[in-house]
Structures are given as structure tokens and as C-alpha cells.
Design a protein around this ligand. Sequence first.
Ligand code: GDD
Ligand code: MN
Length: 367
Amino acid sequence: MLLDFIGLSLALAHFTVPLAYYAYIVKYYRRPWDIGLEPGYKPRVTVIVPTYNEARLIERRLDNIYSQDYPRDLLEVIVVDSASTDGTVEKVAEWCRRHPDIAVRIVREGERRGKGFALNNALKYCSGEIIVVTDADSEWVGRDCLSKAVSWFSNPTVGAVSCVKTPASSGLAGVEEGYRGFYNIMRVGESKAWSTPVFHGELAAYRRSLLEEIGGFPTDIGADDSYTATRIALMGYRAIIPGDIACLELVPSRGYHKWRIRRAQHLVQHFWKILRARHKAPKRFKTVLYAETYLHLFNPWILLAAAILLAASAATGSLLAILLLTLGLALLLFKPYRTWIATQLYLIAAAVRNLWTRELAWEKTLK
Ligand code: GDD
Ligand code: MN
């Protein structure tokens, strides 16, 4: 009976905290932005594309950047490649010959030391006031995507801008979609409250002066985008995801679970690292930062504890525990619940896996 009671309480706590937080964020999501923009703001922009074996996708990525309506004389692209072995650099060089009207620089690293390391290398060559990082396997939706992202920097309180995500292709896109709708609302709502601690590599833009102030991108953890954005938010600037900047992301056709675990590993690393600086958070950022830290680092374990206690109790014949476990399993028929549970499992697996590998130079997944 005691086991049932504790198990049930933990399960309730596991679901109540995120629901309460969701309700809190949705209030902000519905509010208008409190960030005013200056029309006509057109700073110099550097787009950085980090690549490791992206020969299949890099031309498509460059085409998409090329198609943007941002003034080309204010735009510079840097492809920073970490010793790809599939001809990525040759593909870029060839693409450049066909597009002489856009400034593209190739920075080649002799060895692969991870994305964060490569980005710091690229920073040395940037001339832009705004730095935009974008993954090779992504696509900006609409020709005005970059312009829209840059326009937010016309407000001096904005330090970083990212996008919402829509998954593209592949069989598992359904799961991805289920979880994207909810998370996109969270990211935009958090941004309106103050800032979001979760950014996306498909489009992550930063004010260069702030990047320099924090010493560039982290090289000891994986989530360079989320961590950098959060550092900027901790400095008192806004790190935001406006709802109308959308990016497509390719979802791997194989190795989906591994991919999700690795990304969860990086997020877990980010939230652990940021824990040390949490007291610096501006008042308006505290609730968001604390809630997201709790949801990523601790809440999944509460679910696991609840399941273990109830299973133990069910094994001793407790009818209530059997009923609760059956209910928990039956609810898996509902997609939002199923997606939620899957995310908790990925976070638990990630935390465990972090004990022996940080996955800073990860295996390529086929997309
Ligand atoms: N230069 C360089 N060096 N680029 C790299 C390296 C490296 O060692 N490793 C990966 N990249 C590049 C890839 O070529 C791609 O353009 C981008 O970094 C993201 O890598 P993906 O392989 O597409 O990883 P992902 O989509 O699963 O990663 C997502 O999560 C990461 C954190 O877990 C993205 O949002 C990343 O931006 C994010 O860092
Ligand atoms: Mn990717």
C-alpha cells in the first residue's frame, strides 16, 4: 500500500509539473511580442555551415542559402569542413565556381575535433556583425527566412535568434511531428517570456560581439546552439525563437533511436553545464531555465522510479498497482502520450550514456 502510494504520487508529480509549466508558457505564447523592430536594419551577415561528410547534401544547402532575399553584398558564407573523406570540399568548390556572385570561403581543418571546435575556427574569418550557423542537412523555409531572423537584431536587447522546426521525410516523421508541435509552442512561449534555453542548429543566429564576449562556442559539450543561446540569455540579452522562422530538418531513415539518444545526450550535457551559472539568470528567465533544467535532468527519473515502485508492488499482488500500470501502458495507444514517454526514455538513456561517452564527434546518420 505504501509502495502504491509513493508510486502513484511520483507518477502524478511526473505529469503535473510539465502540464503546469505548459499552461504557464501557453499564457506567454498567446501574448504579443514585447520586442520592437527597426525597419531597414541590414547588417553584414556571416552564414557558417559546418560540414563533416556532407557531400550528398551540401549543394542543396548552399542553393537554399543562395535563394535567400538578403542583400548579397552584405552576405558571406563560410563552410568549415573537418577533414571530410567523401568529397564535400570538392563539391563546395565546384558549387562556388558556378556561383561567383556570392562570397563563399572554405575553411579546412586537418582533423575532426567536433562541431563546436570547427565553429570557433570559422569565427576567426567572419566579417559579419551577425553570425548565423546552419546545419548541412537543413533547409530554411521561404526566401525571407534569413531576413526575418536578422531583423530581430535591430532591437539591441536581442542577442540570439533561432527557428521552429518541421521534420521532413522518412517513416518516423510522424513521431517527430507529434513532438514538434508541442515543443514549438514551448520554444516560442519561452521566448516571449524572456528567452528559450533550447536552440536549433538548422538556424542559430548570434550577435558576434556577444559570441566574442563569451569566448565562442563550447568544445566540451555537444549542444553548442542551446548552450551558447543560454549563455547569452544569462548575460541579460534575449535568446528567442520567433514562430514565423521555420526550418526543415531531415530525419534519419535509419538509426533513429540512436540519433535521438545522442541529441538528448547533448541537451543533458548542456543543462548540467549551465546549472553552475543558473543564479545569474535575469528574473524573467529564472522560471523557464529552472523548469527546463528540471524537465531534462530530473523529471524522467521520477517516472522511472514510479514505474519501478508500482511494478514491485504489482509483483506482490497489489490490485491498484496492476491497474495503474495497465492504465499507463494502455495510454500508449495515444500518440502525444507515447511521444512523451519515448522522450523520457531517450533522456534516461542519454544520461546513462553520458557516463562513458560525450559523442562530440558523432557518427553520421543517413538522411
Ligand atoms: N566541421 C564540422 N566538424 N562539422 C560537423 C562535425 C565536425 O566534427 N560534426 C558534425 N558536423 C556538422 C554536420 O555536417 C552538420 O552540418 C551539422 O554539424 C549537424 O550535424 P548532424 O550530423 O546533422 O547532427 P544532428 O542534426 O543530429 O545534430 C543536431 O544536434 C546537435 C546537438 O546534438 C543539430 O541541431 C546540431 O546543430 C546540434 O549541434
Ligand atoms: Mn542534423
